[in-house]
Design a protein. Structure first.
Length: 230
């Protein structure tokens, strides 16, 4: 059976992708200079938080994921980052290919919250491989890629921030239930507000909070009542 090994040699943010996307450069090696027709590869990528140190501000940002720093000995567990597939073309001995990983800025996702909390340094990643290889110099054989194939890689945190800034420059992202979104839209329309930013600022304004419009649907969602006519 052909012995495969894997290594990640770099990563970059895809400037031309429709959404946030990282491109990892992957090196695939077949032992004994074996000829490989193709490899249908599966790759699971995990963040391994215990393999780096953290500044005080970073630790504060990670408290909702791992708790207080005193508990990190038991709570600093791996975080799932991505699971992607790659079809590696024909090669003999060794080849490099791009592993494209779509990302998200959804702050409800543990990996996103982890990455957003980092001020700098590197992100310790572990890539776990499996799949099916089509091999054979004088014929055609189908072989599994063993489940124990893996590669460690330290991704610069700056690369992830660069990717996010390309698609959400200077912005954050928040997910809300549909009824809350409908209430926000009604509030924005009723007050003729130009943007979601101005809508939220109006809701956060002390005077607006103390004197809400009559029959405000956002107040109804929270169980509070607005002003009524005399």
């Amino acid at each position: 059976m052909t012995q495969f090994s894997f290594a990640c040699t770099g990563v970059r943010a895809d400037r031309y992708a429709a959404g946030p996307t990282l491109v990892f450069r992957l090196r695939v090696t077949a032992a004994d200079n074996a000829h490989v027709h193709a490899v249908a590869l599966r790759c699971q990528i995990r963040i391994e938080p215990a393999r780096r140190t953290y500044e005080s501000a970073e630790a504060d940002g990670l408290a909702d994921l791992f708790g207080e720093r005193s508990r990190w000995g038991s709570t600093l567990q791996p975080v799932q980052f991505a699971q992607v597939a790659l079809m590696v073309p024909s090669f003999t001995g060794e080849i490099e290919a791009d592993l494209v990983v779509p990302c998200t800025y959804d702050m409800d996702i543990a990996a996103t919250r982890y990455l957003a909390a980092l001020d700098g340094g590197e992100v310790p990643l572990l890539m776990l491989f499996s799949g099916t290889a089509f091999t054979g110099a004088g014929g055609f054989q189908v072989e599994p890629v063993p489940w124990d194939r893996e590669a460690a890689f330290r991704m610069p945190a700056a690369t992830w921030r660069e990717m996010i800034e390309q698609h959400f420059p200077g912005c954050g992202w928040i997910r809300l239930p549909r009824d809350t979104m409908d209430a926000l839209l009604a509030y924005r329309s009723r007050h003729a507000l130009a943007s979601w930013e101005s809508t939220l600022k109006a809701l956060l304004d002390d005077k607006g909070a103390a004197d809400p419009p009559r029959r405000d649907p956002l107040r109804a969602l929270t169980g509070t009542t607005g002003r009524t006519d005399p």
